[in-house]
Design a binder for this molecule. Sequence first.
Ligand code: COA
Length: 326
Amino acid sequence: MLHARITGTGGFLPETVYTNAHLETMVDTTDEWIRKRTGIGQRHVAGPGEGASDLAIPAAEEALGNAGVAPADVDLIICCTTTPDYLFPATACIIQDALGARKAAAYDVNAACSGFLYGLTSANAFIVSGMYRTVLVTGTESATNRLNWQKRDTSVLFGDGAGAVVLEADDSGRGILSTYLGADGSGADLLIRPAGGSKVLITKDNLDGPECDVHMKGAELFKRAAVLFEEAAQKALERAGLSLEDVDLFVPHQANARIIGAAAKRLGLPEDKVMLNIERVANTTAASIPLALHEAVSEGRIREGNTVLLASFGSGLTWGAAVIRW
Ligand code: COA
């Protein structure tokens, strides 16, 4: 049976780091509050004009190098992002050109923090159906350039970065065993940046106004996140015919260490089976899972034959999970 196997991972973080101590000089907050409520200690911050593609390209090059795949052999590039370079064309096309992946089709996916799992699920479907053999999926965000740092309930949470994976058709039994996706648009207002699309235009009058800010109902999201993480993880495991005891490493979306802790507790997963890098990178939205996955692979925490569980939750609302035999 054909599976989509991750044969290479890559990651990239912009050079500039804002520690919590640095944020204390920008907004009314404290290192203690941020660490205690979120587990975040610092975040990487893209430079002016450093867009989502600039972060994704080095991550993609590293993933292709680790997979031993030439850009010319890539059939499809899916770029998962809420902060594309432009409204159009798709950031995936900019990445395709920079990589020299001439034969690759390319498009973007926006499912916020679940973007990577939506992209991964699409890539899996293309490979399992036999339509494509080699797919590059990248999650990338250059979000902080547009953050209102004065809005402390959201500004302390986010960071920039990119992660990428190369998926190839494989019949050895390794690869993605199952995926599960969910959405509930009735929760759209729980995490939203209203302006910038076609519904609320950015005008010279609202440029510095609240419509251009990120609005988040944090406590409500928090409550729903832990439950939906669990639901997604259980559903994906069920589809794979596996149980939580089979999981070697849980790589969740890094939204908040307390949410991850609550989800792991509900799932009955011990700390040493949970990948956490939020302390160093904060919430990088669609880049969060592929970055954490790349770090786990690089640190030797994932080995051949391991069962890896991915799960996410984010704006939309959207959520999802995947089970992978590495
Ligand atoms: N620094 C200091 N104080 C802050 C602060 C900051 N950065 N942000 C908020 N506060 C204050 C609030 O003003 C409030 O003060 P008050 O009690 O005087 O009114 C107090 O801290 C508590 O705020 P509250 O929002 O109740 O805190 P919380 O425990 O719910 O934590 C979040 C806030 C955002 C950390 C938490 O709700 C969360 O993580 N939610 C999920 C967010 C998320 O995951 N978003 C991404 C989804 S992918």
